[in-house]
Design a protein around this ligand. Structure first.
Ligand code: NAD
Ligand code: ZN
Ligand code: ZN
Length: 361
């Protein structure tokens, strides 16, 4: 029998979000219903609300979540009721050309639940990133549920479901940061700070944080930055070169998603270094670079989807490191809030006051 729960929807472009009754169907084949315990407020939720992703309103927002599996479809064997899980938005298919070549983190055919959650009048909802977890319960594909050690607090675990994983993965998976490397991170919000924490975890010798807001640089230092640069007052390319013997950093991670910061990243890396673009640009953005510089500087220009993570490999590993005290995921939680405070959390995010607000249910 379908159930009715409370959830936060974005009804239309730029309209305030509101709480509505959501109808959650029983899980069918390949699906699971999860009782959500915590869900972080991510920039992408705001993009959905603003109509920046697509026009499929109404959206059921929220996608950075952890909770307990309540029920599963008949054929589901990977997870079972009672499992503590982090929800992921890239459930790999196992059959596409990326999966068949042994690179499932690139899966080109990730999937979500087949059935739709609706409002009580039958209006179909579009769950953010196929999750929709600003709700007491949500319906997802079973492959979107990744089991982790239940000893971790849900409000901390959920963050691995999006921004924190994207940042850590940009450093350790895409950038392949290793012991002794110099790293620069441009943009120190939740994603950039996670890239800093990931670089520290990987043994980077020098981690240079760049932002235009001194408050963000202070937090970046607590996450592991060894040097900070305010690019509003200082040329970041020169500063990064000065801090690396005149050469540039081995890996530069762009976590803003703008042409000017991408260009900074491109010129702030050492010869044969790596640039990682994890910030998400908008469709109107363009970049022009001398092709000779692209060739002559060598190395790799990469983008990072979801930190090139494999949830089944990376979520349990990072939770274990957190529980051992080697990765402070708790530092990303600025505040915990109630379901009816999401609109206010968007305002705080917009002002740059928080790293993460997390809805606790
Ligand atoms: N690739 C992925 O899979 C993935 C996943 C999640 C988020 N993201 C993207 O990562 C980016 C960052 O997300 P976030 O949650 O950290 O956002 P955020 O708003 O918390 O942080 C952005 C930071 O960039 C700084 N900034 C803005 N303009 C700057 C400039 N010109 N130079 C230097 N710093 C500047 C801001 O002060 C802020 O600290 C966004 O584009 C987001 O969409 C990507
Ligand atoms: Zn696949
Ligand atoms: Zn997100």
């Amino acid at each position: 029998m379908a159930q009715e729960v409370r959830g936060v929807i974005a009804p239309g472009k730029d309209e305030p979000v509101r709480i509505e009754t959501i109808v959650v169907p029983d899980p069918g084949p390949g699906e699971a219903v999860v009782r959500v315990q915590a869900c972080g407020v991510c920039h992408t939720d705001l993009h959905y609300k603003q109509g920046g992703i697509n026009d499929d309103f109404p959206f059921l927002l929220g996608h950075e979540a952890a909770g307990v599996v309540e029920s599963v479809g008949d054929d589901v064997t990977d997870v079972q009721p009672g499992d503590f899980v982090i929800l992921n938005w890239r459930a790999v298919c196992g059959h596409c050309r990326a999966c068949l070549r042994g690179r499932p983190w690139y899966c080109f055919d990730t999937h979500n639940a087949t059935q739709k959650m609706t409002l009580t009048d039958g209006t179909e909802l579009s769950p953010a990133l196929g999750i929709g977890a600003f709700a007491e319960k949500t319906l997802v594909a079973a492959g979107q549920c990744t089991k982790v050690d239940p000893a971790v607090a849900p409000e901390v675990a959920g963050l691995l479901g999006c921004g924190v994983m994207a940042g850590i993965g940009a450093a350790i998976n895409t950038g392949n940061v290793g012991r002794g490397d110099s790293v620069a991170v441009i943009g120190c919000g939740g994603v950039g700070d996670a890239a800093i924490a990931g670089s520290r975890l990987a043994g980077a010798a020098k981690i240079i944080a760049v932002d235009i807001d001194d408050r963000k640089l202070e937090t970046a230092r607590s996450m592991g930055a060894t040097h900070t640069v305010n690019s509003r007052t200082t040329d970041p390319v020169e500063a990064i070169r000065d801090l690396t013997g005149g050469f540039g950093a081995d890996v530069v991670i762009e976590a803003v998603g703008r042409p000017e910061t991408y260009k900074q990243a491109f010129y702030a890396r050492d010869l044969a270094g790596t640039v990682v673009l994890v910030g998400v640009p908008t469709p109107d953005m363009k970049i022009e670079l001398p092709l000779l510089d692209v060739f002559g500087r060598g190395g790799a220009l990469k983008s990072s989807w979801y930190g090139d993570c494999l949830p089944s490999r990376d979520f349990p590993m990072l939770i274990d490191l957190h529980l051992q005290g080697r990765l402070d995921l708790g530092a990303f939680v600025t505040e915990t809030i109630a379901l009816d405070e999401v609109e206010k959390a968007f305002e705080r995010m917009h002002r740059g006051d928080v790293l993460r607000s997390v809805v606790v249910l």
